[in-house]
Design a protein around this ligand. Structure first.
Ligand SMILES: [Fe+2]
Ligand SMILES: [Fe+2]
Length: 709
């Protein structure tokens, strides 16, 4: 009897007891494998949410004059809690018709980066969040970890030594008590006492290790709960959604087998904090936030380049999505052809963990704005650099005394005059006028110059509505060619005048800014034409002049407006702005973000790249921890040029903050959709009726009507 008592507190019988408990408690998370049951299961009783979650509606249509509602019984959502809607919530984000969501991935407790999480929390408090999505790998399962595979990693050697000796002491005490009990029984029965079985040193060590391991897992869970609790406390009315990642998949399976009590703790925590879990029992889980799919796909290989996995998934699924899992940033875009082109984007959602050296991981998260009643939304990536970042024009730092002194710049490109998009161009220029940047980079391809191109070009003289309304402007009068003659201006002349007018307007809008025109391949066409067709005029200057007679800057007279020219002849032109390379590089990959990646590899520098007319971003962490970023900055030309069918282009530009007296910079790429965009939560461009609360003081209002899907 005494023998049994000792064993029950140690190994074999203990395992049996645990197994019995497993069967009795049967944690909720493991009951979701059967799809139908997952939806129909009665939720765990909870006073705050007594209503079972309704089945998702898959399709609604009219048949035989009756409304037919098809319910999706195969929905993946493992919903344990339905978040009650409070009045406070309805009066804030509900009223404006705009929902704002925060998406965070990969804190990987216990390896979370607490400073980065605090920064994210600080930012979130300035946003009227409707939803917070914990997008997988919130906890790190040691046996599948990329960071630390020690199951006891949560404790120091000293802590483990103390725990081990306590456990050993307890077990040895229990054995002594059992022996004493056996001796007493033998004495009572007047027989020779039995010697009870005791654990060998090795067995004792194993038992101690398992107990410490359970404590370690418990501690890691505690750290995870602390992270989630921070966001729950800061946003008591927000919907909290936990999309399981691959780490959760493995960990919960492991808990179910060895530590079912810990699964109960997870259930209890989610119930108490009203956290809806999305878990279909696989390593791929997704949650629809409006039309945006936020998910954790076990796909892509962590060593592939930033942006590539997002591109793969985006093309496979054909929708806009945010992918966790890869621990790095990355943004990739695609324009889908149609009567009205659609824009989809794939994002890789960074991490919030301490990054191991040698991994291409970065810190950051995403913010999503969406119109509740429309299919419109926009995603903003927020990379964290040196424990700070910009959201709009505001710098966030954990320590407010460290907020720096920054100058700001806007870079835009690829207007391709004659094929410009007036709406996107005006939205950008109006924004620049309001932002008042210190520097404006016009990053190449200002004119299209089809007439002096080596590529075939239509001989038709295309006239715009504006040309037709002002036909007199198209007439030139010459007195040098045998009396007075009037004739239609050469097309090149019109291009020169357009460029002159454009820079005149830009100088008027930002009178104090440095305006830097970095030449692109289309700007180079002027010099290329002279070199090939009028080579005796190449390099010729008026007496005393510093500029070539036929230099583009001279024939367009933009020097009048103090425009600085960056032009390196035949070679692609670039300049630096702090540690950032601003150039027009002649490299094009057919996938968004891949050009930036190739250029980063080639130049070994952070850079912004026009020329591809696409938006996208690629990140690379070097072995010394430096993060390089390459941004493809979109274009401001028409997206339906007559010389190309369904180009995969997007409108956009980049806002750059550069620390004064330092090389440090921060980039915010902005995509313009239908002539409008958001910057720091504030709407610019084409007006809309919906209101968005601006970031910062919360007193400004702006609108959103941008569309990614
Ligand atoms: Fe271009
Ligand atoms: Fe170009």
């Amino acid at each position: 009897m005494a023998r049994m008592k000792v064993r029950s507190k140690t190994s074999r019988a203990g395992k049996k007891a645990a197994k019995r408990k497993t069967l009795k408690t049967k944690p909720i998370a493991r009951n979701r494998m059967t799809e139908d049951k997952a939806v129909k299961a009665v939720p765990v009783p909870d006073k705050a949410s007594p209503e079972p979650k309704a089945m998702p509606v898959k399709e609604v249509f009219v048949r035989d004059e009756k409304l037919v509602v098809v319910v999706d019984t195969t929905a993946k959502t493992d919903t344990t809690i339905t978040q009650p809607k409070t009045d406070a919530k309805a009066s804030s984000s509900g009223k404006s018709g705009i929902g704002i969501a925060l998406v965070i991935s990969n804190p990987r407790a216990p390896h979370q980066d607490d400073k980065a999480i605090q920064l994210c929390l600080m930012h979130s408090k300035d946003l009227d969040l409707e939803t917070i999505i914990f997008n997988g790998d919130m906890i790190d399962y040691y046996n599948r970890s990329d960071i630390d595979r020690n199951p006891l990693r949560s404790f120091t050697v000293k802590e483990m030594s103390v725990m081990r000796s306590e456990i050993e002491k307890r077990i040895r005490n229990e054995e002594s008590e059992a022996q004493a009990e056996a001796d007493a029984l033998a004495e009572e029965e007047e027989r020779k006492p039995w010697k009870i079985n005791t654990l060998t040193g090795e067995q004792l060590e194993r038992v101690a290790k398992k107990e410490i391991q359970e404590k370690a897992h418990g501690k890691e869970l505690g750290q995870l709960f602390n992270i989630m609790k921070l966001f729950r406390d800061a946003h008591p009315d927000a919907d909290l959604v936990w999309v399981y990642g691959c780490q959760e998949f493995y960990l919960m399976k492991y808990f179910g087998k060895y530590y079912p009590e810990l699964l109960d703790e997870v259930d209890k925590f989610c119930r108490e904090n009203k956290i809806q879990r999305v878990n279909n029992g696989t390593r791929n889980n997704t949650y629809n936030y409006g039309q945006l799919v936020v998910g954790h796909w076990y796909r892509g290989g962590l060593n592939s380049p930033s942006g590539s996995v997002a591109h793969l998934l985006m093309d496979d699924e054909g929708v806009s999505l945010i992918q966790g899992h890869t621990n790095r940033g990355g943004w990739t875009c695609r324009t889908i052809a149609g009567a009205k082109p659609r824009f989809i984007s794939g994002f890789e959602n960074f991490s919030l963990c301490k990054r191991p050296t040698g991994k291409n991981w970065q810190l950051g998260y995403s913010i999503v704005y969406r119109e509740k009643n429309k299919r419109r939304f926009q995603v903003f990536q927020v990379p964290i650099a040196n424990y700070g970042f910009f959201w709009g024009d505001k710098e966030y730092r954990l320590d407010p005394t460290k907020v720096g002194s920054w100058e700001k710049a806007v870079a835009f490109s690829d207007i391709h005059f004659r094929h410009e998009d007036p709406e996107a161009l005006k939205a950008t220029l109006d924004f620049i006028e309001e932002l008042k940047p210190d520097v404006v980079f016009v990053n190449g391809d200002v004119p299209d110059f089809p007439d002096i191109s080596r590529f075939s070009n239509s001989p038709l003289d295309v006239l715009t509505d504006e040309d037709l309304a002002n036909l007199a402007n198209l007439v030139l009068e010459s007195k040098q060619q045998g009396g007075s003659k009037k004739y239609i201006k050469p097309r090149l002349q019109r291009d020169f005048e357009t460029i002159y007018g454009f820079f005149k307007d830009l100088r008027k809008r930002c009178p104090k800014a440095r305006i830097i025109w970095v030449f692109g391949n289309h700007d180079h066409r002027m010099q290329g034409y002279i070199d090939e067709n009028a080579r005796h005029l190449a390099g010729v200057r008026r007496p005393g002049d510093k500029d070539d007679l036929l230099a583009l800057s001279a024939v367009t007279k933009v020097n009048e407006f103090g425009v600085e020219i960056v032009y390196s002849g035949l070679i692609e032109s670039s300049t630096t702005y702090g540690d950032l390379l601003v150039g027009h590089f002649y490299k094009v990959s057919n996938k968004s973000s891949f050009t930036a990646r190739n250029l980063i590899q080639q130049k070994r520098s952070s850079l912004i790249q026009p020329h591809v007319h696409r938006m996208g971003a690629c990140y690379k962490t070097l072995l010394d921890g430096t993060v390089l970023v390459g941004v493809e900055m979109g274009c401001l030309c028409r997206l339906d040029p007559h010389y190309m069918q369904n180009p995969n282009w997007q409108h956009g530009f980049v806002v750059i903050h550069k620390k004064k007296n330092s090389g440090r910079f921060y980039l915010q790429p902005i995509q313009i959709v239908d002539g409008a965009f958001l910057f720091g939560g504030k709407r610019f461009g084409r007006p809309s009726s919906a209101d968005v609360k601006a970031v910062g003081g919360g007193t400004n209002t702006a609108n959103i009507e941008t569309e990614k899907v």
